[in-house]
Design a protein around this ligand. Structure first.
Ligand SMILES: Nc1ncnc2c1ncn2[C@@H]1O[C@H](COP(=O)(O)OP(=O)(O)OP(=O)(O)O)[C@@H](O)[C@H]1O
Ligand SMILES: C[C@@](O)(CCOP(=O)(O)OP(=O)(O)O)CC(=O)O
Length: 440
């Protein structure tokens, strides 16, 4: 059995069943922005993303089913949320239950999969979930959150659906979540059908396709964002005149080109399209009435720094070094920079020179260096002493140094796999199906 789909396990004398999973975030390079149906969460355009490694950023979710539970309940990061009032959550649970019910009543599979003695579709659920990064701060928590929810439901109910079918269920929770059902490079085909049957995610290329592709997440703000993606995109659809042009003629061409670039490991084309699409998404936000601003001055300076990096010349030959990094911004000021492994060290040096850590912050807290790109494990590494002086002085001609703490931390990660089943012992529920760690 693969690591995504592990059957639920039986726990304890009360006859309870449980499944636990972890799930990754994804960051789009062709952005989803706009719905044609907001109940079924059907998009106005197809989109494409990279799944980031869940070794660094993930949601962990445990779901327990028991005859003894009285209601469906959900704890997110230790705090109980109301399931009944969240239509998106209820839709995902109802859909997964309907598929389970089918298994329970289908006589052909009754013996092997789901006996009548295990009517899990009728039992209530306790769902316990934790994100290991800020929730609702523009770091795609809804994507990893709903992907984890749906994968855990599928494993608990032993659903016989493939990842593409499951992506249709997670889409009902949050559009971008359908792309987190896969690792690697993932397209969400927008589809045309009003029923949503042709609106699903699939893997364009797996994690192993481009192992040198890395990402730096620059956390500019951990705060909950001002305008949610859901309401922002709805205002855009209703008011922006640029938006129609983007959907009709720009996105389809870009999608085709970026898929080709991915399949042929053409970083330069991949990067150019990624940056152009991020810029156009934010231009469309600005064309929304009233306008929406997600990027702040630090975000804009990051854009400038990446363009300087990409226009660098070789010191001896004066030949252009070429496009070696790509920024992209979602609905918030945080940047994600895609670059190949060999350029990460120079990028981190430049970023930490121009956006130094907060005064009392150690370098290790600012940049935990999970992939060991700096030899020094020194907490107090002075980045200005490890940077190339000539390079810095060139950049200083058109870049100012930002106040310490403008970037709060840098997470270095790479392309990762899709949801993983994890063992009961790593789960989040205690013996009675309540959170092991609950906040008061
Ligand atoms: N682990 C989780 N389990 C279930 N639902 C979650 C989980 N994490 C987040 N969510 C849901 O997603 C909402 C946050 O989604 P929102 O789109 O506002 O922010 P985001 O996904 O972090 O940012 P963005 O989509 O712009 O990158 C939360 O309020 C919650 O309802
Ligand atoms: C800017 C984006 O991150 C928007 C994500 O929007 P959501 O998936 O969070 O929106 P809902 O479907 O309303 O839940 C771009 C993207 O991920 O493609």
């Amino acid at each position: 059995m693969d690591s995504t789909k592990r059957a639920s396990i039986y726990t304890g004398k009360n006859e309870e069943y449980e499944a636990s999973v972890t799930s990754p975030v994804n960051i789009a390079v062709i952005k989803y922005w706009g719905k044609r149906d907001s109940d079924l969460i059907l998009p106005t355009n197809s989109s494409l993303s990279c799944t980031l490694s869940q070794d660094d950023l993930h949601t962990k979710t445990t779901i327990r089913a028991s005859r003894l539970f009285e209601a469906d309940r959900l704890w997110l990061n230790g705090v109980e949320e109301q399931v009944a009032t969240s239509k998106r959550l209820s839709n995902c649970i109802a859909q997964a239950r309907a598929f389970r019910k089918e298994l329970e009543t289908n006589s052909q599979v009754v013996e092997t999969i789901a006996t009548k003695e295990r009517p899990l579709s009728e039992w209530k659920l306790h769902i316990i979930s934790e994100n290991n990064f800020p929730t609702a701060a523009g770091l795609a928590s809804s994507a990893s959150g709903y992907a984890a929810l749906v994968q855990a439901l599928a494993n608990l109910f032993e659903l016989t659906l493939d990842q593409t079918e499951l992506s249709k269920i997670s889409r009902l929770g949050s559009g971008s979540a359908c792309r987190s059902m896969f690792g690697g490079f993932v397209e969400w085909r927008g589809g045309e059908s009003p029923s949503g049957e042709d609106s699903y995610a699939y893997c364009v290329a797996p994690q192993s396709h481009w192992p040198s592709m890395h990402a730096l997440v620059l956390v500019v703000s951990d705060d909950k964002k001002g305008t949610s993606s859901t309401s922002g995109m709805s205002t855009t659809v209703n008011t922006s005149t640029l938006f129609a042009e983007r959907v009709k003629s720009i996105v389809p061409k870009r999608l085709q080109k970026i898929k080709e670039a991915i399949l042929s490991h053409d970083f330069s084309t991949f990067a150019e399209i990624t940056m152009q699409d991020s810029n156009q998404f934010h231009a469309v936000c600005m064309d929304t009435y009233p306008p929406i601003f997600y990027m702040n001055n630090t975000s804009k300076a990051i854009v400038h720094l990446v363009h300087l990096f990409n226009s660098q010349l070789h010191p001896e030959t004066n030949a252009p070094k070429g496009i070696r990094a790509a920024y992209t911004f979602d609905a918030g000021p945080n940047a994600v920079i895609y670059a190949e492994e060999q350029h990460i060290k120079e990028l981190v040096q430049l970023i930490s020179y121009f956006f130094p850590p907060a005064k009392a912050q150690s370098f290790r807290a600012y940049f935990p260096d999970a992939y060991k790109i700096f030899e020094s494990s020194d907490d107090h590494l002075d980045i200005s002493t490890v940077c190339d002086e000539q390079l810095i002085s060139d950049y200083k001609k058109s870049m100012v140094r930002f106040d310490p703490g403008s970037i709060r931390r840098i997470i270095h990660t790479r392309i990762g796999d899709g949801p993983r089943a994890i063992s009961h012992t790593c789960g989040l529920a205690n013996e009675i199906g309540m959170p092991k760690r609950a906040k008061d």
